[in-house]
Design a protein around this ligand. Structure first.
Ligand SMILES: [Zn+2]
Length: 79
């Protein structure tokens, strides 16, 4: 009984299937909220410019189709 409750609790807290934050498909997503296809297409921005007078903002990802869809879904609620 305790094992069943623990499984239900974990499934509620960490659902195995969710909606990808880039393409919007239901899929198993990674810790960034990306399905495997989108995760393969995202590029981390390793050489972000350092702006001396501005702090607190930087681009985490290179702007490409995957990151553009993420921004559009965030801003407009869909792709
Ligand atoms: Zn996706």
């Amino acid at each position: 009984m305790l094992r069943s409750f623990a499984k239900k609790l974990l499934a509620a807290l960490f659902p195995p299937d969710a909606v990808c934050c880039s393409c919007g498909r239901e899929a198993v997503v990674d810790e960034r909220g990306l399905c495997p296809d989108c995760a393969a297409g995202i590029e981390v921005f390793n050489d972000a410019p350092i702006l001396k007078d501005i702090d607190g903002y930087t681009a985490p990802y290179v702007y490409n189709d995957v990151s553009a869809r993420m921004v559009k879904r965030l801003k407009y609620g869909g792709a």
